[in-house]
Design a protein around this ligand. Structure first.
Ligand SMILES: *Cc1c(COP(=O)(O)O)cnc(C)c1O
Length: 498
């Protein structure tokens, strides 16, 4: 199977090349030329397997240039015993409103990014050996909070790689910031920027696609790659857990093989929900993909009107990992929906970067309306949802709460009773202040992030993951903050090149 670029269909590369390179030279994203199909029989076989075996089966369909031994080594390393706090890796929990919460945050950094970023370093180093054997890989990351830590943890001390993370100085939670600034490892670097996530992402994309920068790195025996969800190697692992969740629902007796489900995803950069779209295209019976946004509801508008317009106020919310106005992965969806017309995709993306807006035509809009439902809620509604869901027996984080809220509005409006999976993307203790405020009504003013963790444990009886609790008292290693125009120089400085 080969991969092409959303902005130039003449590009044809192997999966290893797509993963090693991260983004296509034309600025487009790599997508599979065709989406592999799975049958009900195949799903039946997966039902009898554990998560690791399911992942191997699914990955083999996309990474056809990897040997079975390579896939085996990558997957077994990523999800081996002890890395995730559930033997199911991503367990399902049924909650009182009838939905199945898919806990994707059982990994080392307590957010769903671990599902992909524990595997990506294995995929990337394997891919690099096949394609660019002698080069040191420099991972550049723009993060809205969780990707940064998960990528740092995944790549730390991985031979042949270096990693540099940029995060918005005022756009992440104190726990997220401390997770990143205390990161250990010889090949890691973290830098705040004065700007928001979109600034960080634009800056990183610009550095990536600048030929002069690439040349400078090449002279020094290095090349860039990406650990953001623009990298195909981030998306494949995410497809796995939707297929696996479908299998678990069959196993639980919640559905029969062949029954449709709905999937609700709290969305920012559109990576997670795009993985669910691929699972649907492969043959998993999904009726609606439900896209949940916070007050930054650019996707709600797009999926219901066909007009993408980022010219609007940017809000800093209690679900910071979704504070995004430019959802990169939408480009992949559009490419598939317009029958792989790279001219059209290029025109939309040009319009987006020039005017901050684009409008898809009727043919694409009709498909959006069929495939997706979309909704949003503000911080007040998020808070109320956490309170109510906790009263009903389940403590969820702010991002998951946005999805729960949108799910409940959707079922109320439509009466749709299809069995539903809600992607739960972070452990509630990662956002202790907001979660405590929701379940307790207020947060004492003289408390810090860790006092709030203690109060939340007292209130809920839920355990705080040790990797968060032990951050208390750690001294930050990385305290630099740069202007958004200064990111390129920061990269050279970290790499020790001029
Ligand atoms: C990254 C993230 C999201 C958004 O996921 P996308 O793939 O960017 O849509 C939602 N919730 C949490 C906790 C995240 O870390």
């Amino acid at each position: 199977m080969l991969y092409t670029s959303t902005r130039d269909k003449s590009v044809r590369v192997s999966s290893a090349q797509a993963i090693a390179q991260g983004i296509s030279k034309d600025g487009g994203l790599f997508v599979p030329e065709e989406i592999p199909q799975i049958s009900a029989d195949f799903i039946d076989v997966l039902v009898g397997m554990d998560y690791i075996s399911r992942a191997k089966q699914v990955l083999a369909l996309y990474l056809t240039d990897f040997t079975p031994e390579e896939i085996d080594r990558c997957v077994s390393g990523a999800y081996k015993e002890g890395k995730f706090s559930s033997e199911k890796v991503s367990p399902l929990k049924k909650i009182k409103n009838g939905a199945n919460i898919l806990e994707l945050w059982r990994g080392p950094t307590c957010a769903f990014k671990d599902m992909a970023l524990q595997l990506l370093p294995y995929l990337l180093t394997t891919a690099a050996k096949k394609t660019v054997a002698d080069k040191e890989i420099v991972i550049l990351v723009a993060t809205s909070g969780d990707t940064g830590k998960a990528a740092l943890e995944g790549f730390r001390d991985v031979p042949g790689t270096r990693i540099m993370v940029f995060y918005p100085n005022d756009g992440v939670s104190p726990m997220q910031k401390l997770q990143m600034t205390t990161q250990e490892g010889k090949n890691v670097c973290v830098c705040a920027i004065n700007g928001n996530f979109d600034d960080a992402q634009n800056g990183v994309k610009k550095i990536f696609t600048d030929p002069a920068v690439a040349e400078k790195l090449a002279e020094n025996g290095m090349m860039f790659s990406s650990a953001n969800s623009i990298n195909w190697g981030r998306l494949v692992p995410q497809i796995v857990y939707y297929i696996s969740a479908y299998c678990d629902m069959i196993q639980n007796g919640e559905i029969k093989n062949g029954d449709a489900i709905n999937i609700v995803v709290p969305t920012g950069n559109f990576g997670n929900i795009l993985a669910a779209y691929y699972a649907k295209c492969m043959g998993v019976p999904v009726k609606k993909l439900i896209c949940a946004s916070n007050a930054n509801n650019v996707l709600t508008d797009f999926l219901t009107t066909g007009v993408y317009d980022r010219n609007r106020a940017f809000y800093t919310t209690t679900s910071p990992s979704m504070d995004i106005l430019i959802s990169s992965n939408l480009e992949r969806l559009l490419f598939h929906l317009c029958k792989e017309d790279d001219d059209r995709v290029r025109a939309w993306m040009q319009s987006l970067s020039a005017n901050g807006t684009y409008t898809v035509e009727e043919d694409v809009k009709t498909q959006l309306l069929t495939l997706f439902a979309a909704g949003c809620c503000d911080d007040e509604a998020t808070k109320e949802t956490i309170r109510k869901t906790f009263a009903d027996g389940y403590l969820c984080d702010t991002h998951t709460a946005v999805a729960v809220n949108v799910f409940e509005s959707y079922t109320k409006q439509t009466g749709d009773s299809t069995p539903t999976v809600i992607a739960s993307t972070a452990n509630p203790f990662k956002f202790s202040a907001a979660v405590l405020r929701a379940v307790e009504g207020s947060v004492p003013t003289d408390t810090d992030e860790f006092d709030q963790v203690e109060l939340l444990i007292e209130k809920t009886g839920d355990p705080c993951p040790p990797q968060l609790a032990t951050l208390r008292g750690k001294t930050p290693r990385f305290t630099a903050c740069c202007e958004k125009d200064d990111m390129e120089r920061q990269v050279y400085e970290m790499l020790g090149i001029r």
